[in-house]
Design a protein around this ligand. Sequence first.
Ligand code: SAM
Length: 297
Amino acid sequence: MLKTPIFRYCTLCFFAVPLRTIKVANTNIVSLVMKTRTNMKPDYGNWVPKRLLYGLLIAVLITTALLIGALVAGWAWPWMVLVAILLVVSAGFLCYMTVLYHVFSFSGGGLMGRVHEYVANHLPWDGRGRLLDVGCGAGALTIRCAKKFPEACCVGIDYWGIKWDYSQRMCQHNAEAEEVADRCTFQQGDANHLDFSDGSFDAVVSNFVYHEINDGKSREELLRETLRVLKPGGSFALQDLFGLKSAYGDFQGIIERLQTDTVSEIHYADSATEIPIPKWLRVSGMMPGVGIIYGKK
Ligand SMILES: C[S@@+](CC[C@H](N)C(=O)[O-])C[C@H]1O[C@@H](n2cnc3c(N)ncnc32)[C@H](O)[C@@H]1O
């Protein structure tokens, strides 16, 4: 009975039908995941944090309400003038920051993308080996390098403090959305003391990070710490507000000292004019003295 053809047929159907259903379902799930992945959009945030825009909007709403209240309640005019000044200042700042947000935005003016492209284009590297991005933020420069150098493995480190809207999770999401997650890793770290041994990378990049750091090493020591983890002969492209005297002092002196004892080749370029960064953005408090150093250790 167990070996009759009819039994074999029934057994086959019994197992085959559900197996086929599972297989079809699996195929559907896999294609759905793939589809969702390809529909994923990167989110690189903005150098103008959204929190700042919301804060300014709240300030404008509060001062508007105060002014209306003052008019209705008949406050003394000096108070009304004070509230009106606060309203004009907060509204003006909100407008300026909103324009700036748009200029920086990847989906708007695209300045952030052009700044990252400029750094990646100045890296004198064949793309073989490991690259480190110091202070990677949302991973935009790390991922751009991974796309430019298809053989490279890229590591991004960042402090991910409360000042910025960036996170490790955001970096990983972006790497997946850009389909380079298999070659990109992101980990928490401090540019003051990089958690890597000497000479562990073939290339290092960084953008707009060192001027932010005021709680440890001097700016020259920060540059040296980044170059420490670079192999002899490795490539670097580091961009920051190098022309800002209050941040770097005599930057030419720093370049000369690095040339003497650390690197074999170093160049400086005035990125602000080459990218270019609009003149109204090169002012104090925004992006003054933007420059890049690049070369070989
Ligand atoms: C202006 S954002 C630039 C982010 C990214 N490099 C880019 O170009 O979009 C400055 C970044 O420096 C990071 N940062 C500040 N202090 C740091 C530190 N001590 N170590 C590592 N990263 C730091 C911040 O978390 C932030 O992501």
